[in-house]
Structure formats: C-alpha cells, structure tokens
Design a binder for this molecule. Structure first.
Ligand code: NAI
Ligand code: MG
Length: 377
C-alpha cells in the first residue's frame, strides 16, 4: 500500500521538527510494510517574500490530492502577522473544512510538570476545538468617525454568510470591530465529535468551555446546542464551565478533566495551557480533521527564537505524525511511534534540550528511531 502525504514544513523550527517526524513515519512504514510517498510544498515566509503571494493558484487542490498533510509551523519575524495566517494556515483549515481540531495533552515519563502528579495520577486531556467559526473568521473592519460601509462575507462548506454593516464611531474616534459566527450545524457536529470521543475513551464527563455569562446571546447559543446534542449521549454528562474559571481550575487540579470541548478562540488558548500542564509545547500534537483532507501539526509555532540552534523538541511533530497515521487507520504504526516516544522518554537519558537534557533536535529523532527497533510492531 502506498500513501501519498503532503509535507509543508513552513518556517523557523518547522522544517527541523518535520524532518525528524518524517524519518520516524518512514521507519514505521518500513516496519509495517507500507510505503509513504512525500510531496513537498515550499510555502511559508520565504516563499511569500520571494514570490509576493502566499499560495500559487491551484495549490490547495494540489495539496488536497494527497491523503493527509503534515505541517510544521508558519510565521516569521520578517512578515507582519496577517497574510501567512489568513491565506495559508486558516485557508487550509477552512478550504478542507477541517472543523475538528483535536489537541491531546498527556503526561509522559521524565517530563516534569508544573504541579507534580500524585501516585497513580495521569494527565490525559484532549481539547476538542471547533475550527471554522467564532472570532477566527477574520470578518470585520476598521471604524472611524466617518460613516463606513462593510460588506462581510464568509464561505464555509456548511453555508455562505453575508452581512452589511454601516457604522460610525463618535466622537472623532477610530477603532475596529470583528464579527464572530456560531451556527447550529457547526456546533452540533463538533459536539457530536467531542461526546463520541469521550464515549470511545470510556469517560463519563465532557467539560464544555463557555463564556455565556459575558456573552449570553453568543456563547449562550453554544451552550444550548451543546446541551441538546449531549442528550443523544446518555453515558456522558456535559459540564459547562466559564473559560476563565476553566483556566483557573486546570492548573490547580487537572484531575478529573478529560475531553474539553471549546469554541475556536478559547480552544486555541486552553490547548496551550494544557500543553504546559503536560510538560511543554514541544510535546503537544494536534490534528485538524473534517470530512476531507486532514492536517497534522504541532501546537507550537515556528519559534524563531530557537530556530537553527538545535534546541527545538521534535516530539510534538513526531506525535502529530502518530495522529496522522491513526487518521489513515494505520493504528499499529501509530502505536509504534507513540511507544517509541514513551520508551525514549522513559529511559530518561539524553532528553531534549527543552526538557533540560543535551539532545539536539536531530539527536532526539535518532533516539526515537533507535527505540523503534526495540518494539515488535
Ligand atoms: P511559539 O509556539 O513559536 O513559541 C513559544 C515559545 O515556546 C518560544 O519560547 C519557543 O522557543 C518555545 N517553543 C515552541 N516550540 C518549541 C519546541 N518544539 N521545542 C522547544 N521550544 C519550543 O509561539 P510564538 O513565539 O508566539 O510564535 C512564533 C511564530 O509562530 C509567530 O509568527 C506565530 O504567528 C507563529 N505561530 C504559528 C502557528 C502555526 O503555524 N500553527 C501556531 C502558533 C504560532
Ligand atoms: Mg495556538
């Protein structure tokens, strides 16, 4: 069996960590008797600066002809925030309608946690983030004292959204506004995914992040639909919790948290918080999934502060690769990769620089590869 996978290493440490992840995936393929054919896509800051555009015509469809996408990270100090995020990262998520962003945070051996876990305690949280709506739609504009007209439009697989807004900001003021959207089908499908995942894990509780106290019409609607959808899952109790309180409770005692369902913006923030609880961004993997092409990427960004120093921890990218294999139903290969990462960390020698050890990004990759030889797939 041959799998054609797209690789978009991106910027900063993106190429460093995805190189290691690709080696690990290639080895898993070799051990389990399938073949990976990688297709490289050069997009990111360097491409944008050289070409003057983020993506050439047809690039998304080209990427979409592969079976899955492994992404490093995009972002570079030479490019002000905006084009790369909007026209590459968010464009990929929206174009392929990757409405489910799944971000697991688990405790690993020898990875120190901010609050040491008691005996028998294990961190095993998954943030399920809605990935297409909320305040990440990039809809809005600038306001001033003069009347301005704003035509707002967004295309999603589920719908077309159009709005017109005439606005003035008195007196003599400038400002900005942003429109967020939450729609019933988008909430239902993500809630269904979160509750199904909890059932598959054998959990009894799903925490649903909200902020209905401050935005009762907006997040109150999110609450209503997520509650209705929970009625289809009698095994699961959905507990709605304001996201500020959630951010307070999680570091105090992460016990009792499993699946956490979040709207887009809160999901981005909460997943960084839980990845810190689990030991660091360098271990935090993620998948963007929908009914089309799925994309796997570490939670972290391009970390320009450590690019080229060997300090990057590639384990998040490698674990994202394991999620990629799982999405293609290559469960044995995914398990092999995960066991190799756990086995490497459990030895407690030559840990990544991020964890206080001496191992460079490349050395960590080699050590994970060496572990794979110790396991019969
Ligand atoms: P970041 O995640 O790149 O870095 C945050 C901190 O964590 C830095 O101190 C960095 O050195 C450290 N770090 C991150 N990954 C690490 C790893 N694998 N090993 C060791 N240390 C690691 O976030 P930051 O600094 O806010 O953003 C940098 C750039 O990345 C920006 O241009 C931002 O827009 C972009 N970004 C891109 C994302 C994506 O492509 N999905 C996600 C987040 C940020
Ligand atoms: Mg983030």
């Amino acid at each position: 069996m041959i799998y054609e996978l797209a690789a978009l290493p991106g910027d900063g440490i993106g190429p460093e960590v995805t190189t290691q992840a690709r080696k690990v995936l290639n080895k898993a393929a070799q051990k389990l008797g399938f073949t990976i054919k990688w297709r490289d896509f050069p997009f990111g800051a360097a491409y944008y600066l050289a070409q003057g555009h983020v993506l050439p015509k047809g690039a998304l469809d080209d990427i979409g002809s592969c079976q899955a996408l492994l992404l490093g990270a995009v972002g570079d100090p030479r490019v002000p925030p905006g084009p790369l995020e909007r026209e590459l990262l968010l464009a990929l998520r929206f174009h392929f309608d990757q409405y489910l962003n799944i971000r697991p945070a688990k405790s690993f051996p020898n990875v120190p946690l901010p609050r040491p876990l008691g005996p028998g305690e294990k961190l095993d949280i998954v943030v399920v983030r809605e990935n297409t709506e909320d305040f990440y739609m990039g809809l809005g504009g600038l306001l001033g004292p003069q009347k301005t007209n704003h035509e707002i439009a967004a295309t999603r697989k589920l719908y077309q959204f159009k709005a017109s807004l005439t606005a003035t900001l008195d007196p003599e003021l400038n400002g900005t506004f942003s429109v967020g959207l939450l729609t019933e089908p988008a909430i239902r499908r993500i809630a269904k995914k979160a509750y199904s995942l909890a059932v598959a894990r054998g959990d009894k509780i799903v925490h649903v992040a909200t902020k209905a106290n401050a935005l009762p019409d907006f997040y109150g609607y999110w609450d209503r639909i997520t509650r209705q959808e929970a009625e289809n899952f009698p095994e699961i109790k959905a507990i709605h919790i304001n996201v500020d309180n959630l951010c307070y409770q999680l570091p105090r005692d992460p016990n009792g948290f499993g699946v956490i369902l979040c709207p887009n913006l809160f999901g981005d923030i909460v997943s960084d918080l839980v990845s810190a609880l689990a030991g660091g961004l360098g271990l935090a993997a993620s998948g963007n999934l929908g009914d089309g092409l799925a994309m796997f990427e570490p939670v972290h960004g391009s970390a320009p502060d450590i690019a080229g120093t060997g300090k990057a921890n590639p384990l998040a990218a490698i674990l994202s690769g394991a999620l990629l294999l799982e999405s293609l139903n290559l469960k044995a290969a995914a398990n092999l990769v995960e066991r190799a990462v756990v086995g490497y960390l459990a030895e407690g020698r030559n840990l990544p620089r991020e964890l206080g050890g001496p191992a460079t990004v490349e050395r960590v990759g080699e050590l994970v590869l060496a572990q794979m030889d110790q396991y019969e797939p």
